[in-house]
Design a protein around this ligand. Structure first.
Ligand SMILES: C[S@@+](CC[C@H](N)C(=O)[O-])C[C@H]1O[C@@H](n2cnc3c(N)ncnc32)[C@H](O)[C@@H]1O
Length: 359
C-alpha cells in the first residue's frame, strides 16, 4: 500500500483557510453565545460569581461550553496535525528545509548554540500549543512554528499592525531606544526583528532554548543584513551575561510558558543583567478583570497544552517584583490590535498585558 501522496498547495491553503474561518466563528459567535449564557445564569445565581470556579459551576456542564471547548482544542489539532496540517505539510520538504538552516552559512557571531542551554524539562514534558513534538528538538520545528504563528489569533477585516511592532512603539514611548537590549524567549525571532529593525543603533541579543527556532531567527536576520543583532541559546533563568550588561530586558509570550519558580528566577536574572535604571518590559497574558475571562483563559491553557498559563495569570506580579527590589512596577492592559480594549469588545482574545519595572 502506498501512502496518501504529496499534499498539494491548494489543498493545504484551503484547509488552513477553513481552520482560520472556523476559529473566527469560535472567537466571535460561539464566544458571544457562551458569554450571553453565562450572564443570564449569573443574573439568576444566589450570589455574583467571584472566581473561575464559580463560572465553571454555571456553564461548564452545558452543551455550549463543551462545543466552545471542542472547537478550541480540535481546530488547533487540525491546524497542526491533520492530513493538511502544518506538520505534514512541512514534513514532505524536510530535507530542503533543513538545508536552509545551515549554521555554516551565517556571518560570524550571529548565532551561538549551546546544547547545555537547551530546553528545561518543563518545555519538553508535553507538546506546547499542540505542536507535534514541540519546537525544541525537531530541526524543522522553527518553520512549522513560524507558519503557525501567522494564524494564532484570527482578526477579521482590516490588516492590523503587528503586536510585536506595537511593543517596540511602547518601548520607544516609555524611555526611548535602549543602547543594549535582551529579548528573552525570542523564538524564531518574531519578537526580536522589530527591535533590531526599529532601533538600528541598539545592540540587540535574542536568547531562547530552542535551537531550531534560533537557527531560523539567525538566517532571517542574515537575509535582512541586520548588523546589530545576535542570537544565543541560553535560558532566561541563567543567561550567563555579565552583571549590568543591558539597559532593557524584554520578553514576549515567554512568562506564561514557565512554571512560577522559573519566572521568579528569570526576574532575578533580568535584575542582575540590567544596569541601574534599566528597564524590564514583558508582554504576556495577565490582565483578566472578571471571573468569566479568567475561566475561559484558564481553560485555554488546558486545551492548548499550556499548563503554566493559569499559575502565571494568578500570580501577583506587582508584589513579586516589588519584593525583588524592582521600582515603578506597572501592569497595563495592552491593545494588541485596534479596538481590542474598547468597552464592549465582544470577541475572545488573549489578555495581552505589559509587565514593566525598573532596576
Ligand atoms: C510563545 S514563544 C514566543 C516567541 C517569541 N518571543 C514571539 O513573540 O514570537 C515562547 C518561547 O520561549 C522559549 N522559552 C521557553 N522557556 C525558556 C527559557 N527558560 N529560557 C529561554 N527561552 C525559553 C520557547 O522556546 C519559545 O521559543
Amino acid at each position: 500500500m502506498s501512502g496518501p501522496g504529496r499534499i498539494d498547495g491548494r489543498g493545504f491553503a484551503a484547509a488552513q483557510a477553513f481552520v482560520l474561518e472556523a476559529k473566527l466563528f469560535w472567537t466571535t459567535r460561539l464566544y458571544a453565545a457562551l458569554r450571553a449564557e453565562y450572564e443570564a445564569r449569573a443574573a439568576g445565581a444566589p450570589r455574583p460569581p467571584a472566581t473561575a470556579r464559580d463560572v465553571a459551576d454555571l456553564v461548564a456542564d452545558g452543551t455550549l461550553y463543551r462545543t466552545f471547548a471542542w472547537f478550541e482544542r480540535h481546530l488547533q489539532r487540525m491546524k497542526y496535525a491533520a492530513r493538511y496540517g502544518l506538520q505534514p505539510w512541512h514534513e514532505q520538504d524536510r530535507a530542503a528545509l533543513e538545508r536552509r538552516l545551515d549554521p555554516a552559512a551565517l556571518p560570524e557571531g550571529l548565532l551561538e548554540l549551546d546544547p547545555a542551554q537547551g530546553p528545561p524539562d518543563y518545555d519538553t514534558a508535553l507538546d506546547i500549543h499542540q505542536h507535534p513534538g514541540g519546537i525544541h528538538t525537531d530541526p524543522i520545528a522553527g518553520f512549522v512554528y513560524e507558519r503557525g504563528a501567522r494564524t494564532t489569533t484570527p482578526l477579521a477585516g482590516a490588516r492590523h499592525r503587528d503586536l510585536h511592532d506595537r511593543l517596540v512603539s511602547f518601548v520607544a514611548e516609555n524611555g526611548g531606544a535602549p543602547r543594549r537590549m535582551l529579548d528573552m524567549g525570542c523564538g524564531f525571532g518574531k519578537s526580536t526583528a522589530p527591535f533590531y529593525r526599529g532601533f538600528p543603533e541598539s545592540s540587540v541579543v535574542g536568547i531562547d532554548v530552542a535551537a531550531p527556532c534560533l537557527k531560523l531567527a539567525a538566517h532571517d536576520a542574515a537575509r535582512a543584513q541586520a548588523r546589530n543583532v545576535a542570537f544565543k541559546q541560553r535560558r532566561a533563568e541563567t543567561t550567563g551575561f555579565p552583571d549590568a550588561s543591558f539597559d532593557l530586558v524584554t520578553s514576549t509570550m515567554l512568562l506564561h510558558e514557565m512554571p512560577p519558580a522559573a519566572i521568579a528566577a528569570s526576574f532575578d536574572e533580568a535584575k542582575r543583567v540590567l544596569a541601574p535604571g534599566g528597564r524590564m518590559i514583558h508582554l504576556d497574558f495577565h490582565h483578566l478583570p472578571d471571573p468569566f475571562l479568567r475561566f475561559v483563559h484558564y481553560g485555554h491553557g488546558r486545551r492548548n497544552n499550556e499548563p503554566y498559563m493559569e499559575p502565571f495569570a494568578a500570580m501577583d506580579v506587582v508584589r513579586v517584583l516589588e519584593a525583588k527590589g524592582f521600582r515603578n512596577v506597572r501592569v497595563l492592559p495592552f491593545e494588541e490590535a485596534e479596538g481590542t480594549l474598547a468597552p464592549g469588545y465582544a470577541r475572545w482574545r488573549f489578555p495581552w498585558t505589559i509587565v514593566a519595572a525598573e532596576r
